[in-house]
Ligand binder design. Structure first.
Ligand code: ARG
Length: 657
């Protein structure tokens, strides 16, 4: 049962007498920010009065008189110019809570109209090691998958991996020229990753050498201009100075940027030149960039040798990827990567040409849009297909195969233009019923505010990130356990298991608790803090409740069999009970705009209310059996909501930590 929806329903019944579609007004009913304004608040009177040309106070009174909420709330209060405040009856809250005790869904209703929803997330380019950038898509996508499923939708996850790109050209080239056969025998994944990095490094080296001269030239030019400007500044009046300060700042920042670029390039060059083996390899493979492209093109053209190598390499990359998913507790219904669509691309381009959707332009095949400046290129002059071509084929396949109502693409914001174009083509193809959403997200930053990298400037591998979080979690878990008043409770094995759950949970929660559209700063210390909006705090709250049960010698199952009533006498009990009942509202907010942080924010509020309750209301030492039972039920409901909420986020709990 969703209290907010119920209130809206009651309002809707009378609002239809005033306006044709009351939805926009119903949205203005919401939980009160401040308890002084009751539990829920309706701010709809002012805009409605304006629409109807009526006096707000008067309209408010009329609505309140007609509204039938006496079973739920005390008589509504009208405040200020016409806000309506509702205070729910304690008996109403108590009844709803009692119903939750036996409700496995904790009050969350199934979707009225279940939809078919495809979620496209994670989608790493395999054969390169996964890095920090893959966390967001993977974790957000998985949380949406779980939440939409929980609501009863038919949800299909499809991991659109990059298994057909240039990285395979690199590995094929590396295999032919730099293979260490013995290492490959022993640990193919590791050897392939080494080949990838080596070839990548050599390509980068040659590109850097080429770029270096040009950047140096630009830098000298800008520096000269800057010196010039500074000179002029000496003989200027105050007013003139002001005018050019902006130009000065602009130049300064351009120079700083170029210096940064140059130093990055120098690091790359030095890394190769200071290493005799690398230096020699670079000298022997001057055209490596070209060659790698040729290997990729041969693969795409069906060259048997390259295809054979690709077939040999791919399973290793997939194993590696699946190992990480397993550790993260993530599974996909389908993994149809780019290679799956390769055979369809030629026919698709022909069809788009025939339909007049695509056209030739300077030898390439393009799709132009009236309202988007850049065209979408679907075949290059040399005949090669692109990322966009594959994504179009993927869309067509999904439409034919699953007939979805909605497709969500959980992908980095930098691909917004691509998705804008993709969705526009979908409409041209006549897919106008399906809801297509780019669920975009920002960048993971390091504590210095720049994209998260290792000290050497590489992107951070996902695996090492997980290891580090778990290592730090273990320190915390061990210290906590050692400090327990009655001595440690966890065996070494349990400690390891708890550390894994806490470490992985911290990483996931830190990501999910951010507004997905902003960048966020990756900080182990913050994500593993025992207080504040962290996964660790939530898992701790859960374990604390289990500990109450253990101390009291009661099991959660036994508590659910109490026929005792739930009573909300103390304000902290009431606040906790009311919050428990808001779980369905939080879930509704998550799916409304695909924002898991709505759920973390709710859970954090719930855990805080629980803390206040626990400080003020003795549970095991309650005054009498009825009170004790009632409070134990509140504890159990809180724990269940936390557990269910975290499960929807893909985060586990442990009974002891
Ligand atoms: N492999 C792509 C990348 O790493 C992401 C793919 C996202 N999904 C899609 N259908 N385009 O950028």
């Amino acid at each position: 049962m969703n209290v907010l929806s119920e209130l809206r329903k009651r309002f809707s019944a009378i609002l239809t007498d005033y306006v044709e579609s009351p939805e926009e007004f119903l949205k203005l009913i919401h939980p009160s920010q401040d308890d002084r304004f009751g539990d829920y608040q309706a701010d709809l009177v002012m805009p409605l009065a304006k629409r109807l040309g009526r006096k707000p106070r008067e309209l408010a009174e009329e609505l309140v008189n007609r509204l039938d909420v006496s079973d739920m709330a005390h008589p509504p209060e009208i405040a200020g110019p016409g806000f309506i405040n509702f205070r729910l009856r304690d008996e109403y809250l108590e009844q709803l809570l009692e119903r939750l005790v036996q409700d496995p869904r904790l009050g969350v209703p199934l979707a009225e109209k279940p939809e078919t929803i495809i979620i496209d997330y994670s989608a790493p380019n395999v054969a390169k090691p996964m890095h920090v950038g893959h966390i967001r898509s993977t974790v957000i996508g998985d949380a949406l998958y779980r939440t939409l499923r929980f609501l009863g939708h038919r949800v299909i996850s499809d991991n659109h991996i990059g298994d057909w790109g240039t990285q395979f050209g690199m590995i094929i080239y590396g295999y032919r020229h730099f293979l260490n056969a013995e290492a490959y025998q022993q640990n193919p994944v590791q050897e392939l990753a080494r080949l990838y990095r080596l070839v990548r490094q050599l390509i980068d080296y040659h590109e850097s050498v080429q770029k270096q001269a040009e950047i140096k030239r630009q830098l000298e030019e800008k520096e000269a201009a800057l010196a010039d400007l500074r000179n002029q500044l000496q003989n200027m009046t105050e007013a003139e100075r002001k005018k050019i300060t902006r130009k000065l700042r602009q130049l300064e920042s351009e120079v700083a940027q170029l210096q940064d670029d140059l130093s990055e390039i120098r690091t790359k060059i030095e890394a190769v030149e200071c290493d005799e083996t690398l230096r020699r390899a670079a000298m022997e493979h001057t055209d490596i960039g070209q060659k790698v492209l040729q290997e990729t093109a041969k693969l795409h053209a069906g060259d048997p040798e390259n295809l054979k190598l690709w077939r040999e390499f791919l399973p290793h990359s997939l194993d590696e990827m699946n190992r990480i998913y397993k550790r993260l507790g993530i599974q996909f219904d389908f993994t149809l990567g780019e290679s799956f669509y390769h055979d369809r691309l030629g026919a698709l381009v022909d069809q788009l040409l025939k339909l007049g959707i695509a056209q030739e332009s300077e030898g390439a095949i393009c799709i132009f849009f009236p309202d988007i400046e850049a065209p979408m290129i679907i075949r290059k002059q040399d005949g090669a297909f692109l990322y966009a071509t594959t994504d179009l084929a993927t869309l067509c396949y999904r439409m034919e195969t699953w007939k979805p109502d909605t497709i969500l693409y959980v992908v980095d914001f930098r691909q917004s233009l691509h998705f804008q174009q993709l969705f526009a083509v979908a409409r041209k193809l006549g897919f106008d019923q399906v809801k297509l959403v780019h669920v975009s997200f920002g960048t993971v930053l390091g504590e210095d505010g720049r994209p998260f990298r290792t000290r050497e400037g590489d992107t951070v591998g996902l695996e090492s990130l997980l290891d580090e979080a778990v290592r730090r979690a273990a320190e915390i878990v061990n210290a906590n356990d050692d400090a327990k008043s009655n001595g440690p409770e966890l065996s070494p094995e349990e400690r390891r298991r708890v550390a894994e759950v806490v470490g992985i949970g911290a990483i996931k929660y830190a990501d999910l608790s951010q507004n997905r559209t902003s960048d966020y700063v990756f900080s182990y210390d913050k994500m593993l803090a025992m207080t504040g909006n962290t996964g660790t705090y939530m898992q701790y709250a859960y374990a604390r409740i289990q500990n109450i049960f253990a101390k009291g010698g009661v099991s959660a199952e036994a508590i659910r069999q109490f026929d005792g009533k739930i009573r909300l006498k103390h304000p902290a009990e009431r606040a906790l009970g009311r919050e428990i009942l808001r779980f369905p509202e939080a879930i509704e907010l998550v799916v409304e705009d695909y924002r898991p942080n709505q759920l973390t924010a709710y859970l954090f509020g719930l855990a805080n209310r629980f803390s206040t309750f626990y400080e003020n209301c003795p549970v095991l030492q309650a005054e009498n059996a009825a009170e004790r039972q009632s409070r134990l039920q509140l504890c159990d409901l809180t724990a269940r909501v936390i557990r269910q909420g975290l499960e929807l986020l893909g985060i586990e709990v442990v009974p002891k930590m």
